[in-house]
Design a protein around this ligand. Structure first.
Ligand SMILES: [Ca+2]
Ligand SMILES: [Ca+2]
Length: 310
């Protein structure tokens, strides 16, 4: 409850009517855009229209954090749901978190990304493979979640995945043309990325060398929303393109993860415009998601009258 009150106060004070976000309903933040989104624009490409689009975004609600192991576990129990990583019987785990015993049994790897190991028995419940346990990380984001798994989870909550424009609008916190949710300067105590020489040295200056709890840092912007940039990539419903080898559609992931960098010298540069695509069945220990839904008339009315259930 204290977090809800804090979120309301922060939104009211900082946003000066640009965007209203004074509701946190059942773990979702109501966002009512009052200006267009300029998708993909930062101070660096401000003068170039090549890389960005101006879009309207309708009022929506979005999860205040990525879906956690606790939340996903409840869904799995209720729906008797099996993720795709369980069906495939393996998933990608970053090498540092794979035990020596498991490493000895792995003979294949991905050329150019040898640090991602295909681990048998890795899925959300055992994020680093057999012997590891999501039960010990209840407030971590659920990982090894495919696009298809994420769609099923959100549908079961009466929600859906956010579109890419919704995701970026939420990440920007009502500000325009900034590189980070909180402004233009990098702050190491705001997000979980990689510091050091990738892939062998992670200095963990932000406090985490692997996945962090979803509320490890304070909200990343005035919307009171957590963990958008860094920690784990997040699925959106927006098509990214077509996989060059399989010709399967790829969906857009946003935000970067704990293996990404501040300057893009290795992996992705983590900021509000960071994006990549992957096929609907893909998963790894740095891929999670959050849900969204359209704002209803009731959501809007309750906000005005203060009747929303918190
Ligand atoms: Ca880190
Ligand atoms: Ca994230």
């Amino acid at each position: 409850m204290n977090e809800v009150i804090l979120s309301i106060a922060v939104c009211s004070l900082i946003l000066y009517q640009i965007v209203s976000c004074d509701d946190v309903v059942n773990g979702m933040v109501l966002i009512i855009p009052q200006h267009k989104l300029v998708l993909g624009r930062t101070k660096e490409n401000f003068d170039s229209k090549k890389d960005w689009k101006k879009l309207d975004v309708k009022p929506f609600l979005i999860s205040e954090t990525p879906i956690t192991n606790t939340q996903f576990s409840k869904f799995v129990s209720k729906q008797k749901f099996k993720t795709e990583a369980e069906v495939f019987k393996w998933s990608f785990v970053f090498e540092k978190f794979v035990s020596d015993d498991i490493k000895e049994e792995i003979s294949n790897s991905v050329k150019g990304a040898e640090w991602w190991l295909p681990v048998e028995g890795a899925y959300w419940k055992h994020p680093s493979g057999p012997g590891s346990s999501a039960g010990r990380k209840p407030d971590h984001p659920a990982v090894h979640i495919s696009f298809n798994d994420a769609v099923e989870y959100c549908q079961a909550q009466g929600a859906r995945l956010p579109s890419e424009p919704e995701w970026e609008f939420a990440a920007r916190g009502g500000m325009r043309d900034q590189q980070y949710p909180w402004g233009n300067g990098y702050e190491k105590n705001r997000m979980n990325i990689w510091q050091g020489k990738f892939p062998k040295e992670n200095k963990g200056k932000d406090g985490y060398i692997g996945v962090a709890p979803v509320k490890a840092f304070k909200p990343q912007n005035p919307f009171g929303i957590y963990d958008m940039i860094g920690n784990t990539w997040e699925w959106t419903s927006t098509v990214f393109g077509v996989d060059s080898q399989t010709r399967m559609p790829q969906y857009t992931l946003r935000g970067g993860s704990y293996v990404d960098s501040v300057d893009g010298k290795f992996n992705h540069r983590a900021d509000v415009t960071t994006r990549m695509g992957n096929t609907a069945d893909a998963g790894s220990d740095n891929i999670g998601f959050r849900c969204a839904r359209d704002a209803t008339r009731k959501d809007m009315d309750d906000r005005k009258t203060g009747k929303q259930e918190l």
